[in-house]
Design a protein around this ligand. Structure first.
Ligand code: SF4
Ligand code: SF4
Length: 116
């Protein structure tokens, strides 16, 4: 009854102010559209580093190296909350044949493989 109130009851409920919040996938999708040029810049500018962590909704800038998927980098000391991961769309991920995500929190490819 709480999740599916009668229209009569709903009519007399106070209306909530503001926009309804969007889902995380929709936020990520919007971000892809907003940053499309930045995300795809590596395709035409070969000087651009290919790691996409800097554009990711989970990423927090705290002056540490990205490319968390590589065993030379390690987990982030600042990033703690998973809010979406751009790794599956990253050229490094594809080139290296990686399978995992959230390297900044869960550890690099080798560490995640060892946990399985
Ligand atoms: S796979 Fe993820 S962590 Fe690795 S370079 Fe790409 S965006 Fe960065
Ligand atoms: S590893 Fe994945 S989740 Fe972490 S910052 Fe990079 S793209 Fe985002």
């Amino acid at each position: 009854m709480e999740k599916n109130p009668s229209p009569l009851i709903a009519q007399y409920q106070p209306k909530k102010n503001g926009r309804k919040s969007q889902s995380k996938p929709k936020n990520l999708f919007d971000r892809f559209i907003d940053y499309k040029n930045d995300i795809l810049r590596f395709m035409h500018d070969f000087k651009v580093p290919q790691c996409m962590c800097g554009l990711c909704p989970t990423y927090i800038e705290c002056r540490e190296e990205t490319a968390f998927c590589l065993s030379t980098t390690g987990k982030s000391k600042c990033i703690k909350e998973e809010k979406g991961c751009l790794c599956p769309g990253c050229p490094v991920h594809e080139k290296m044949g990686f399978k995992y995500v959230y390297y900044c929190i869960r550890g690099n490819e080798k560490e995640q493989l060892a946990k399985k």
